[in-house]
Design a protein around this ligand. Sequence first.
Ligand SMILES: [Zn+2]
Length: 458
Amino acid sequence: MSLLIRAGAVVPATGGVVLERGGVVVSRGRILDVLDARAAAQPFDGRIVEEPDGVVMPGLVNIHTHGVSPSPLFPSGSPALSEERWRANLDRHLETGTTTVLSTCGLGTMEDIAEADRRHPVHVRAATAHTPSALAAARAADGAGLSERHALMTVERMLESGAVAIGELGGGQTLGGGGQDLVFLPAAILARTGRTISQAQARSLKESVLGRFMNERSYRPEALRAAAESSGLADVATEELRELILKTVMPSVGHARHGIREGIELARMLGVPALVHSASASAELIRDLIAERGRPTTIIAGHVNHTSHSADEAVELAIAGMEAGWYAEASVFDLLEGRETVQTRDHWDALLSRPGLVDALATDYGHDGRHDPLIAAVQDVIDAGHRSLAEAVEMVTSVPASLIPGLAEGGAMLRAGAPADIVIARRGDLRDVRRVFVGGEEVVVDGRRATEVRACEG
Ligand SMILES: [Zn+2]
């Protein structure tokens, strides 16, 4: 049976338009027509969904996600999440309007990604980071989730079997970032001293030895002594502590930086889009890569708003990238709602207030997967006056889809012939997702998985 959705507004994510009181006709899993107010008001033979205060838009496309498949977790190749956890992560993406994700952990095989794709309504697509140095970086940081089939995989073979992008090149876990502070450095200190330190303590210890840019020349002995004292490690010899920190953090950093370069070279050679981890630890390398130019391809700087940059550094680096033809993705992390990992919106506003500097919005992972929903980022950039409704929707639909060919069939636009991946959200607050359709099937009703709704009713 055909379906007509009549809504307060239709945002097709193409042409920058908003169709007030428009409609969308769905038949056999595809969009049959997109209607203006007059056409939508005509009698219709089929099911009609009336959403007078709703906005209809394409299903959201998230190009920076982790923990959405049984693949090794993160660029550190850490053990995969349990099935319950990765499915719950996908549920949350779906319930908040995302119908396509790019898995940017990067070290899974196509079997890992295809399993998630098959077993969940969200379209799960693969990015690959299987370069020799990226794999070495993973093993140096963790690598406990890598089996032989992961370790022997290559970027070329992944692309042949369906991966659509190269990435995430580098990551906090391998570049001495948050993953080091949270997991690896505290574990090394515990193993050596029997004492437990917090993430903040690990960070101040690390930065006293390597600075914000993970550079050995940044060593400040007084700062290390002070950090050791406030971490309950005053009795450990300073030089010994420095050695331990260097030995824990730096091996993966060197490999990871080299892996970024390998990935970019492959992207240029093969003409495939790449997503690069932008942070203070990769900033110098990114500047070098921008300056080198080379054969054109789509290079996306991931989370250009990473708070290891200062806000000014973030803007400066994003401008340099834009001038060289790079694209920029801003990640919401948890800076709007959760605020466990990111407590400032300075970087976000500094970048998004400049027209054209940020191309796409994504989520990344946040602390233990607790990132804000992508739709909250859309609502925020509208509320903050950074973008119009049509522009904001395009940043999470047709723009990311166009940056990565093959990611979303139909280009994540509402137009005749495209798959009926559709979101209806309340216009007053888009975070209130009413319904989600994937391939014409209603999979979310009132913000919850439709199967669960049925199960409760039955
Ligand atoms: Zn990253």
